[in-house]
Design a protein around this ligand. Structure first.
Ligand code: UD1
Ligand code: BG6
Length: 488
């Protein structure tokens, strides 16, 4: 029989009354991963709160971990160390020593019983992985850039492609291939790629690329974008392009996945595991990874230097700006419930950099709320879609300020002239748009034109989530869909 002894070598006495509140505070601060963002503390029931614990009548096995989620499948009993604690395990006994004694220091470390299941712990206090992943975006976008962008000197170095830069720069054209959300991230950066590389850029859905089997040449660079790195259609395209002798570049989240292994080189987006079927944080990280690739390819071109600096400055501010949009979650929830819940169909309108946001926003809504949503290029309204517009059809319009604003405003006028009442996503403090005929406004922080889609997509991700919840669906497991589609 082993004894579990919790020992504070430099503590003279134990005052349980005082130590309890301190301990509960220390749990919430020492385990950030477990704490829901809106609450300072989370709900753990304590089973013990004593310095010397009673004998356990079976051998004790200890697991040491930086996070309870990694051991919860082995034990529900956890003890959180505090700053400056030193744990020493020897012959089945645990001793905790203090590196230094500080005033007001708690003198007990309770062994607590986690009430959460592994899945709940991994959800970090959120009801669904999707919401957790939406809220992770300030961190995940930062992680995509971490160690790659020198914000002080405004330079980008991607270890995964730097040895291939000469070949990439010699390419006659760029071809991007992907499916679903990953395809939309390619569309989102296409014009920036064209602007910085001055080469033609094609973007194809993997399934359509396979159907066409278009000509691919040895001096093409083909970029494969995939969260999972296992999508069968994209893999087939990769085989085809390799056989044609093109240089293949992956932009992948899952390290060690098929696309990551089989491409000549590439960039891991480092967004962390994405569990929700509806892709959210992978989209914003893929977008940033592709922007960084365009910056790295063109960093020897003097004429683009000022644009580079502007974009890198813009990238440095993205996590904070996403955070600002996330703070509007209640406003976005109300709008979703009031104007979109229970409707059969809706249009999401955008142009220029926001065409991709419109397509991705529509995908988010349809895949988890099961409401038909169609992403429309605003310039195409007059070529057919206007026939649908009346005072009943819900419309979400991207109208953040950039060089396309006059054209977007004209599209808004076309909509309101037909009694449409759009929900408008606009720049904070915008005083150009006529708000009088809008159902609602969502104001978002402004950033550089080519990065604005990183901010604008967040309200649509949240709308999709709230509509899914309102309809009684599980946003993490939409019907008929899979996270990783490994069949053609
Ligand atoms: C790499 C390490 C990172 C380390 C850093 C230090 C990995 C996975 N990454 O990051 O842990 O901190 O060096 O310098 O070990 N690749 C492909 N196809 C893809 C994606 C990646 O071939 O789709 C290749 C890259 O060309 C590269 C390797 O995988 O050879 C790692 O890529 P990436 O993680 O993006 O490289 P670093 O950011 O340099
Ligand atoms: C599936 C997912 O359809 O595959 C989508 O449900 C995803 O969310 C698409 O965008 C493409 O997957 P991947 O892993 O290649 O990015």
């Amino acid at each position: 029989m082993q004894k579990l002894k919790v020992d504070f070598v430099d503590v003279e006495f134990i005052n349980e009354q005082e130590s309890k509140p301190q301990n509960s505070e220390s749990v919430s601060s020492s385990s950030k991963f477990l704490a829901p963002p809106s609450k300072g503390k989370f709900d753990i029931r304590k089973s013990e709160s004593r310095a010397i614990l009673p004998d356990y009548n079976k051998p004790i096995e200890f697991f040491i971990s930086s996070d309870a989620s990694s051991v919860v499948e082995h034990t529900k009993k956890v003890l959180f160390l505090e700053d400056d604690d030193i744990a020493h395990i020897d012959a089945g006994e645990l001793h905790i020593h203090r590196a230094r004694k500080s005033a007001g220091m708690s003198t007990t470390r309770p062994v607590q019983t986690l009430e959460m299941q592994l899945a709940e712990i991994m959800r970090g206090g959120y009801d669904h992985f999707m919401m957790k992943e939406i809220f992770e975006q300030p961190d995940s976008t930062y992680n995509t850039m971490r160690g790659r962008i020198d914000f002080k000197n405004k330079t980008v170095t991607l270890g995964g492609i730097k040895d291939y830069l000469t070949s990439i720069r010699r390419s006659r054209r760029f071809q991007m291939i992907a499916c679903g959300t990953s395809y939309h991230s390619c569309l989102a950066v296409r014009s920036l790629f064209e602007e910085l590389t001055e080469a033609p850029v094609s973007v194809d859905l993997a399934s359509d690329f396979l159907d066409r089997s278009p000509p691919i040449f040895r001096d093409d660079t083909v970029i494969f974008v995939s969260q999972s790195g296992e999508t069968a259609d994209s893999m087939q395209c990769l085989k085809y392009c390799r056989a044609a002798g093109a240089l293949t570049v992956g932009v992948v989240n899952s390290v060690g996945s098929s696309i990551s292994r089989d491409t000549d080189c590439g960039v891991h987006i480092n967004a962390g595991p994405e569990i929700g079927v509806a892709s959210t944080k992978a989209y914003t990280s893929q977008y940033i990874a592709l922007v960084m690739i365009a910056l790295q390819i063109s960093n020897h071109v003097i004429t683009t230097a000022a644009r580079h600096k502007e974009i890198i400055q813009g990238l440095s501010e993205i996590p904070k700006k996403i955070e600002k949009v996330l703070k509007q979650s209640e406003h976005i929830k109300e709008i979703s419930q009031k104007y979109l819940h229970g409707r059969d169909s809706m249009l999401i309108v955008g142009r220029g950099y926001q065409f991709a946001s419109a397509l991705e926003g529509a995908l988010k809504i349809k895949e988890i709320s099961y409401i038909h949503a169609e992403g429309i290029q605003a310039g195409e309204l007059k070529h057919g879609v206007l026939a649908l517009v009346d005072d009943k059809l819900p419309i979400v319009a991207f109208a953040t300020q950039d060089s396309f604003s006059p054209k977007v405003n004209s599209a808004l006028q076309q909509i309101t002239a037909r009694e449409g009442h759009p929900i408008i996503i606009c720049t904070e403090g915008d005083n150009i748009i006529d708000r009088s005929k809008a159902s609602a406004m969502i104001e978002v922080p402004q950033t550089i034109d080519c990065l604005q889609g990183l901010i604008n997509i967040v309200p649509l991700q949240m709308m999709g989530y709230y509509l899914s919840i309102s309809a009684g669906n599980n946003p993490d497991r939409p019907r008929n869909l899979a996270k990783s589609v490994t069949v053609e």
